[in-house]
Design a protein around this ligand. Structure first.
Ligand SMILES: *Cc1c(COP(=O)(O)O)cnc(C)c1O
Length: 374
């Protein structure tokens, strides 16, 4: 093995897709933005498509273009495309676009005319999150939209929105957002716009609210076997999900030290007793959070060795314990599904004051993704 690698279990990805398929009558869109949450865009998209995903979704247009050029045949949506993107390429490649402003509408209409093809679009409405989507100027926007629709300048395939608090199933805001969503869909219909598909559910809503499933669910973190919120919804295991990423590295060095020596930049930690330290070949430049504490670490020599001191750019140090048999050159598991006793992605998230989403998406391009066959 090289210095470090992220092993991606594509059959876990397939199982996580099939699991949610079995729980819904809606179509399932596999969310593969951000390099498939760090798992590798094309291999994950192909595995999801083969396992029955009806749609693929990305944030960026270039990700969607990579999918189409990489042989993905299912419908693809790119939903975060600022004005100025290459919409002609998108339309030529049958990539569905999302529209949330008049500026974007105008630009996509023009791009369609210039390639002589009617763009397929999904209208994003803001139902309370105050992030993406058409907001209070909905009626004004709707007038322009209905003119474009009547003139066959666009094909309105979908109307969609996004939840702010779906990981808190009892939160009243979810119902309010659904009500606003219905309202927007009805007013669009009154203006002569009837979208074939409506969608609002992310993983959390897919797992907790049948009422939110609508025509398509957008299955993101769940596809990777991770819980949208371990505190409110439980961990991967309790949700029947299989974490797909296993991060490995090596011990660059093992050394014995005396009690009391300080470890790492800033001298933020010291050895509590005589012990052995292991220097691990991954750092914050690879996406290991600099502020991770000793609730995370690595698994080596059949045991957990907690982090000690600050994570550096290319390396971090773990406390192996005085009796450890680990030696220079040994492979370590930084995180995995926990089945052999290793730290999980959720434990790393907790130790770093963040969420599992950020741990996996930040694993950087210096770490090769590998796809072992079973
Ligand atoms: C990222 C994203 C999702 C997926 O969210 P998860 O919580 O990972 O399921 C769904 N919809 C949109 C618009 C997104 O940006």
């Amino acid at each position: 093995m090289s210095r470090a690698s992220a092993e991606i279990n594509l059959s876990a990805i397939a199982d996580n897709l099939k699991f949610i398929k079995s729980k819904t009558n809606a179509q399932v869109l596999a969310v593969v933005k951000a390099d498939a949450y760090g798992h590798g865009l094309l291999p994950v998209a192909r595995a999801a498509q083969d396992a029955g995903a009806d749609w693929l979704g990305t944030a960026l247009l270039e990700e969607a273009i990579t999918l189409r050029n990489g042989g993905i045949t299912k419908p693809i949506i790119a939903w975060l495309t600022p004005v100025g993107e290459d919409f002609k390429a998108a339309i030529n490649l049958d990539i569905d676009l999302s529209i949330s402003s008049t500026e974007l509408l105008n630009e996509i209409v023009l791009a369609g005319k210039s390639v002589k093809k009617i763009p397929r679009v999904h209208i994003e409405v803001d139902t309370g999150m105050s992030r993406g989507g058409v907001g209070d100027d909905w009626q004004i926007f709707l007038e322009k939209l209905s003119i474009s629709a009547k003139n066959n300048e666009i094909n309105i395939v979908g109307i969609w929105s996004h939840f702010a608090r779906a990981d808190e199933p009892d939160e009243g805001m979810n119902k309010e957002q659904l009500n606003v969503f219905e309202d927007r869909i009805n007013s669009a219909a009154a203006a002569g716009i009837k979208a074939e598909l409506i969608h609002i559910a992310n993983s959390a809503a897919s797992l907790t609210s049948k009422a939110a499933h609508k025509s398509i669910i957008r299955w993101g973190i769940g596809l990777y076997g991770l819980s949208p919120d371990i505190n409110n919804l439980g961990d991967s295991k309790s949700l029947y999900l299989k974490p797909a990423m296993r991060l490995k590295a090596k011990l660059h060095l093992v050394k014995a030290v005396k009690a009391g020596v300080s470890v790492g930049y800033g001298g933020t930690a010291a050895a509590k007793s005589d012990t052995k330290l292991g220097v691990v070949t991954l750092g914050y430049a690879d996406g290991v959070p600099r502020n991770a504490n000793n609730l995370a670490g690595v698994f080596v020599d059949g045991k957990r060795a907690p982090l000690i001191g600050r994570v550096s750019m290319d390396q971090f140090v773990v406390d192996l314990g005085i009796n450890s048999l680990a030696k220079t050159g040994d492979e370590v598991i930084v995180f995995g599904d926990g089945s052999s006793g290793e730290y999980t992605i959720d434990e790393w998230a907790k130790a770093s004051g963040t969420i599992n989403y950020e741990i996996v998406t930040r694993i950087g391009p210096r770490v090769p993704r590998i796809y072992p066959r079973e």
